[in-house]
Design a protein around this ligand. Structure first.
Ligand code: WT7
Length: 647
């Protein structure tokens, strides 16, 4: 494949931008003298006590620890709010755009500070203390950011659950971290449709393990009737009414937990990824400033929901720590029409726009007209995140959306990494469509083969990271051993990302996708094991195996093979029932795109399902099945091939 190189567009950079020379020099220093480098970066944060110890890390299994800024003390909400009041009190912190194009709201740093303090005081009155867990199950409304920051004000650990998750998924996440409080809304609103959030919470709280919840705080969003159970349920607006607009911030240690965010892995139930206070905030703030070439008058729009890590780091914490204006969007790209993104960009004069490849592909399919109807002239930089972007979609984004004048930052990172790890710096890096390009400061990627042998130069392998960065997750909530086992045992001495990757002759990194049993659907991680256990929970299902398959818009789709119990007959009706069942168990994002009946699954003689074969069948690559000689019953494969759903 020939690769078109796009140099930094002329007129993009000025003296303030990080140049190629500065990137090279600073990167070198960040690797050779990490302590000095990160001590300098830490100065961008306001500390009650500046750390005297910067980095103390060992990935060795016999002495495993990760500590950054360990004796530093700070408060995240003070960094995101109080410290801006003097110079930016009237600046818009959150520019909220509703699902309905008629609704928007500008919240200044001063207003946001007051709103956060009121809720923080209210939560303290409810008995919430430092270290307590608070679950947040909210739509993309300002109260979501207020709730996050109010937790950080008083040292409570928030756990946001995406509003698209089912009551069962919510219940599991509440029970796992033992939340005392849930903050939710009557309903969410997306694309003109109501999402029954409060009803879902009520249902979740009937599940085992959720007795930890003492109070449910309900934001009135749509105003439609919901049932309230007193004294458990409290309206948000009455709770904060009359609360003081000042609140003493909790002094937090840099290594104190900031938040938990559940994410899917290759096995078992979702892991509670635990992030730290000092390292995470420093890293989110610094990456946000550098990667997006942030300026004082920028209007930054990251389209992610705060239910995902992208929303944590680049809707709320990074931008607000940097005193930026962050646009928060409640709706979807297709409502009321396919031009919504660009209409909003024009309306609010967005300068930096950050979205996911899946959205770009969906919009590209509609042609150029919905884009061209809007000016987009305020935009000066574009970004993508969540999954590999195919060069066609990249070129369309560059040419049509960016009018060939905006650099694109393709940012690779993970829930676990807290912030961007591999990305162009817009004024420093020549772009190659489809490549996340080069490591950020302090990040040391390496490629290894299946045996863990280090690959040098141009190579294709598994992506590992040789050393820590401040935004790295610190633990799996409640299961530190699982943290070590999942990320540090596969290739000892390194952090294993779970991604495959190619490095080209220029040292550019090209992420090729997950090499474990995780599917990336529209930039969201789904564990195959989770979908399988949802399917086998159905009384008619004997066995299920789930793999990823190519999908034009979503990047990857979910392909399920299902073996029914003896005596059950496959039917179109049952197929629909099973898809709906998974939707209900996990949420709409986990709905299988394809469900193939499998009289038998390909297994080794020891009974292990050979997913490699199932993946190839789902990819419609029957000639690439590889060695099938170790199968207990090779005939199983012929049947699956004959019945395959994608050809
Ligand atoms: C996985 C992490 C990072 C926030 C959103 C997703 C894939 C992410 C890219 C990119 C290629 C990417 C990887 C990664 N991924 N960004 N720019 N190019 N792949 O966070 O849900 O934790 O998923 O998303 O496979 O491991 P996540």
């Amino acid at each position: 494949m020939t690769v078109t190189i796009h140099p930094v567009p002329s007129g993009f950079a000025d003296a303030q931008s990080i140049s190629a020379e500065r990137y090279r020099a600073d990167y070198q220093r960040s690797i050779e003298q990490p302590e000095a480098f990160w001590a300098d970066v830490a100065k961008r944060i306001d500390w009650f006590k500046f750390p005297s110890k910067i980095k103390d890390v060992s990935f060795q299994l016999d002495d495993f620890h990760i500590r950054w800024f360990e004796d530093g003390e700070l408060n995240v909400s003070v960094n995101c709010l109080d410290r801006h009041l003097e110079t930016r009190g009237d600046k818009t912190a959150i520019l909220w755009e509703g699902d309905d194009p008629q609704q928007s709201e500008q919240i200044s740093y001063r207003d946001l500070h007051a709103r956060v303090c009121r809720l923080a005081n209210a939560m303290r009155n409810l008995g919430v203390q430092k270290g307590d867990r608070v679950s947040i199950y909210l739509p993309m409304i300002p109260e979501a950011a207020v709730a996050m920051l109010a937790c950080t004000r008083i040292g409570a650990i928030h756990s946001i659950v995406f509003g698209g998750f089912s009551p069962d998924a919510l219940a599991g996440r509440i029970a796992d971290c033992g939340s005392k409080i849930i903050i939710t809304a009557d309903e969410g609103l997306r694309g003109g449709k109501a999402v029954p959030l409060k009803k879902n919470v009520d249902e979740a709280l009937t599940r085992p393990g959720t007795h930890c919840v003492e109070t449910v705080i309900v934001v009135r969003r749509t105003g439609n009737a919901v049932s309230l159970q007193m004294p458990r349920d409290r309206w948000y607006h009455t709770l904060v009414e009359g609360q003081p607009s000042q609140c003493e911030p909790e002094r937090m240690n840099a290594e104190d937990p900031l938040f938990i965010l559940y994410t899917s892995g290759s096995t078992g139930k979702p892991k509670g990824v635990l992030h730290s206070t000092g390292g995470y905030l420093t890293y989110a703030s610094y990456t946000h400033a550098c990667v997006f070439d942030l300026r004082e008058d920028d209007v930054f729009w990251c389209t992610a929901d705060v239910g995902w890590v992208t929303g944590h780091s680049y809707v709320v914490y990074g931008p607000l720590a940097n005193g930026a204006t962050s646009l928060m969007f409640e709706g979807v790209p297709s409502y009321p029409d396919m031009g919504r993104f660009w209409q909003v960009c024009d309306k609010h004069k967005v300068t930096l726009f950050y979205t996911a490849p899946t959205a770009i592909r969906a919009l590209m399919r509609e042609g150029d007209a919905p884009v061209k109807r809007h000016s987009r002239s305020s935009i000066r930089l574009l970004g993508t995140v969540g999954e590999p972007i195919n060069p066609e979609a990249w070129e369309w984004y560059y040419r049509v959306v960016g009018d060939s004048r905006c650099p694109i930052v393709d940012t690779w990172w993970q829930t676990e990494t807290g912030g961007i790890l591999i990305s162009p710096l817009p004024a420093a890096t020549d772009l190659k469509p489809g490549s996340a390009t080069k490591p950020f400061f302090g990040v040391q990627p390496a490629l290894v083969d299946a045996e863990g042998k280090r690959l040098e130069g141009a190579a294709d392998g598994n992506l590992v990271l040789l050393d820590s960065w401040p935004g790295q997750m610190r633990s799996v909530y409640g299961d530190h051993q699982r943290f070590i086992d999942t990320y540090f045992k596969t290739y000892p001495g390194t952090y294993f990302t779970g991604d495959g990757c190619r490095r080209d002759e220029d040292g550019y990194y090209w992420i090729t996708g997950r090499v474990d049993d995780v599917i990336n659907v529209s930039g969201h991680r789904i564990g195959t094991a989770e979908v399988e256990s949802a399917l086998v929970a159905h009384p008619k299902v004997a066995e299920a195996a789930v793999v990823g398959c190519p999908h034009d818009i979503k990047g990857q789709g979910i392909y399920a093979y299902v073996t029914l119990n003896v005596g059950e007959t496959p039917s179109e009706e049952l197929r629909k029932e099973l898809v709906a069942f998974v939707r209900k168990e996990i949420g709409p994002i986990a709905s299988p795109d394809h469900l193939q009946w499998a009289p038998g699954l390909p297994k080794t003689r020891s009974g292990k399902i050979m997913r490699r074969i199932l993946r190839k069948i789902a990819e419609n690559a029957p000639d690439q099945l590889g060695d099938t000689s170790t199968l207990a019953d090779p005939a199983v494969v012929d049947n699956l091939l004959n019945e395959r759903l994608i050809r």
